[in-house]
Ligand binder design. Sequence first.
Ligand SMILES: Nc1ncnc2c1ncn2[C@@H]1O[C@H](COP(=O)(O)OP(=O)(O)OP(=O)(O)O)[C@@H](O)[C@H]1O
Length: 264
Amino acid sequence: MVYSDNSIIMNNIGKNFATKTGLVIAVHDISLAIGDGEFFSILGPSGCGKTTLLRILAGLETASQGELIINVSSQDRPVNSMVFQEQSVFPWMSVKDNVAYGLKLRGVPKQERYEIADRYIRMIGLSKFANAYPHQLSGGMKQRVSVARAFANDPEILLMDEPFGALDEQTRLILQQELLRIWELAQKTTVFITHSIDEALCLSDRIMIMTAHPGTVKAIIDVDLPRPRDLSAIRTSLHYNELFQTIWLTLREEVLKVKNQELG
Ligand SMILES: Nc1ncnc2c1ncn2[C@@H]1O[C@H](COP(=O)(O)OP(=O)(O)OP(=O)(O)O)[C@@H](O)[C@H]1O
């Protein structure tokens, strides 16, 4: 897919952390542009700086070097919403209030925010649980609530840090298809971190593979699988398997570097 507008532009982004034992270079020299409405995933070995990069995009860290531009289409919308690996729902709020929380912060009137929340709660299949509290939900259901809240916020960009990493495989497969369905409706610029090549392939338009620590761009792969995607069909296609092999061969070198560093 070709995107006419860029939502995110990074020019030579780097981040260092000062620690007791010296300077840690978490990421360096990252330059890329992510299109408006693109689903962009980041794969890389452990410790290569994926989360650091996402935190810079979220404004939770500032870059030590380089320039970050996020194109904003409206001043009324939040710049980003983040979904974390750990469930980040408020235990004292009902599902509906959790999903509507960002809208409440923005001063959206009660009836309107509940209408929006209800729409996303329906999309994630939790209508029956709209008035339930998080302790009454499974881990997968709570993660659905986090995803619904992020979409309901209608941010310029969605940032997801291994949102399904802690879930069992069956729940994960179902949530991937649900995320795809909501994303295909909303066409929201999404930056998604995962350790799973399969997950990155199923969801993304492009995948960035990062080098081992200190992380930079090793390769960017176009995922030219047709949309809308039926994930069961995609996974059995020849082209999926070719892309999987290409990505694994590229990533494996970096994973092996980390293993060798660990061995000494
Ligand atoms: N606040 C911090 N202070 C010092 N070093 C940090 C800090 N945050 C991250 N780092 C270091 O920066 C590097 C990148 O960390 P980061 O968590 O971004 O990697 P990651 O690719 O997300 O890792 P993983 O896949 O294991 O989650 C690591 O060496 C880490 O120890």
